[in-house]
Ligand binder design. Structure first.
Ligand code: DGL
Length: 272
């Protein structure tokens, strides 16, 4: 099998493009095939069984596209579906939770880490599990921030209202004394400036997109799956429904060259 096959990246919608940006910066020779489930976004408020079923369908579609590895560029999907995907997929798979947990444990001094994310991610307890595997004595404070995704999708990245919501969500975490905050949602790196402003220099931000890209690089090296040098990389974007205005928000904020967007039908299991 050729190593010049693309890396498949899957997200519930457009937010995973933050991971694509990190992958393009770190691995410019690699081709990326991005599949966003815009027909069924958001995943963050849905039940674990639904998110798992959607994730299996989307990753099957990526395997059919001939990808060499799959990146789950969605915290909600990584949190609930990764263990099943690791067992069932025919290609190696990387999620965003473990790389984020590793970076947070490396960054904290007072061993008190905050996690923000969608309801699905926080409720799964996946970050706590990953953090405690690395350091059983670590203190963890979590907060669901369901309003942040719609504000980001609206493009309100620099806005007083967004700043107020951030302050309200983060205030308890700051009061509890976290010195490191994991951005446990692939949308949140788009708010990095507003979050840094709200938290000041004392709290370190862990961006799961960048750490996930490093984990992909390590996996490609370990499995000898790096594309031959001299190959030019690129990005192909496919969505399960028409893109909305958030695609433009993400493209402009991330300076990504997206080109033509393709449509894919969500697979339906064959009737028995
Ligand atoms: N991209 C999702 C995540 O990282 C957030 C959007 C959603 O709720 O689907 O959790």
């Amino acid at each position: 099998m050729s190593n010049s096959r693309p890396i498949g990246v899957f997200d519930s919608g457009i937010g995973g493009l933050t991971v694509v940006k990190a992958l393009r910066d770190l691995l410019p020779n690699e081709k990326i095939f991005y599949l966003g489930d815009t027909a069924r976004v958001p995943y963050g408020g849905k039940s674990a069984s639904t998110v798992e079923r959607y994730s299996l369908e989307m990753t099957d579609m990526l395997v059919d596209e001939g990808v060499k590895t799959i990146v789950i560029a969605c915290n909600s999907a990584s949190a609930v579906a990764l263990p099943k995907l690791e067992k069932t997929l025919s290609v190696p798979v990387v999620g965003v939770i473990k790389p984020g947990a590793q970076a947070a444990v490396a960054a904290t001094h007072n061993r008190h880490i905050g996690i923000i994310g969608t309801r699905a991610t926080i409720k799964s307890g996946a970050y706590e599990k990953a953090l405690r595997e690395l350091d059983p004595k670590i203190d963890i404070s979590t907060r669901t921030c369901p309003l942040l995704v719609p504000f980001i999708e609206e493009g309100w990245l620099e806005d007083d209202l967004t700043d107020q919501i951030i302050a309200r969500y983060l205030e308890p975490l700051v009061r509890e004394g976290v010195d490191t905050l994991v951005l446990g949602c692939t949308h949140y790196p788009l708010l990095i400036d507003a979050l840094s402003r709200a938290l000041g220099e004392k709290v370190k931000l862990v961006d799961s997109a960048r750490n996930c890209a490093t984990a992909v690089q390590e996996l490609l090296d370990r499995e000898q799956l790096r594309t031959p040098s001299g190959t030019s990389g690129g990005l192909e974007v496919a969505l399960t429904d028409l893109p909305d205005s958030f695609l433009h928000v993400a493209r402009d904020a991330l300076h990504l060259d997206i080109g033509e967007v393709h449509l894919r039908d969500v697979l339906h299991p064959a009737p028995h």
